[in-house]
Design a protein around this ligand. Sequence first.
Ligand code: GUN
Ligand code: ZN
Length: 435
Amino acid sequence: MSIFRGALLDTPCGESGGASFAVPTTLRVESDGALLVRNGVIAARGPAAALLAAHPGEEVIDCRPGLLLPGFIDTHVHYPQVRVIGGLGRPLLEWLDQCALPEEARLADPTYALGVATDFLAGLARAGTTSALVFGSHFAGAMTEFFSAAAGSGLRITAGLVVSDRALRPDLLTTPDRALAEGAELARASHGVGRLRYAVTPRFAFSCSGELLASCAELASSVPGAFVTSHVNENEAEIAGVAAAFPSCADYVGVYADHGLLGARTVLAHDVHPLPRELAAQADAGSAVAHCPTSNAALGSGLFPFLAHEAAGVRIALGSDVGGGTGFSLAKEGLQAYFAQRLTPAERRRELTAADLLRLATAAGADALGLAARTGDFEVGREFDAVWWRPQEGSTFEVGLRHAESAEDALAKLFALGTPADIAAVWVAGDRLAL
Ligand code: GUN
Ligand code: ZN
């Protein structure tokens, strides 16, 4: 057993509801707190003095100064794109053609893919991300390399082969039969192995035929507990292309629903331009949206309608969308989510507090990924997934924390100023990751 001592902040949401923002956020604070961790699971929590007195002789891991937070949960991030972060100045479809897809094609070489996987997993861990729903590669060999690197990383990873059969460069295309066969084999080898799970991943309806989407639904129903992830309503040219390709579907969300891909284990990224009926369909299905704020800004996709999702009862979590997004830090994503709401006209604006940002980056992600019984907060019974934020001596973040007026103020300073360089240690289920 070990006792972790520090300034504990979390947003407890029970085992569901973390991503349903109609329920107000509670920030729980233990300014000199402690967690007793046994076999990777939080066995007790409370003020440090009381916990230390009740468990004399236990090893104490002192996470002071700074803040001890639950590990971040990134619900949308692309493994093949780590090396192309920062391709600015283009809208989605041009950015895909000119920046992302040429790099994704290089992952046909498994040796290259392994190098990318290593860079990617290091980027997640160093940013304090302990769980992620990862958009994979179009190549099965690249996914085999990825899953084996992910198993060694200690992170909680849900990922799958990305599939498309039209509208992209030919070397990235597959067929419905091949997608099913390769996906089934990758799922057999990875799903439920250690901290890995499988996600059926049609790239977006723009690049998929109805037959391919149907094969994805067949795969998802043959792998119990598998996730489904894709993109939706990100960019107006993309949305027009989907409407033209699927004239018999009511709308973009309807394409996924009509092909059996919209359910409680579905996570759709972006949803910047949803229709009210699409929000209602997502709420009814219990699917979640990965809000990707830096990507939405960098690609000029638009301002995410947070309040409309909240009012419709759609679950919302946070995604970095590397490499459309500008890095792995969910602290930066949280800040950009806040900025985007500040820039939204008052009648549609959702004022986000620092506690909301922490919830988006932690408990909401756990809920969206079906991991809320295991992770997302520091409740007794959860696995100890945690990040020790210790600002660099003399940094503006350190000055800010020293002068913070309250825990909420300290948390706001973390979102404003904290970077991966301010992370001293990361644990998953009590195991300290090598950073
Ligand atoms: N839509 C389809 N593929 C992608 C991608 O790689 N990034 C983003 N942001 N949107 C997409
Ligand atoms: Zn994406």
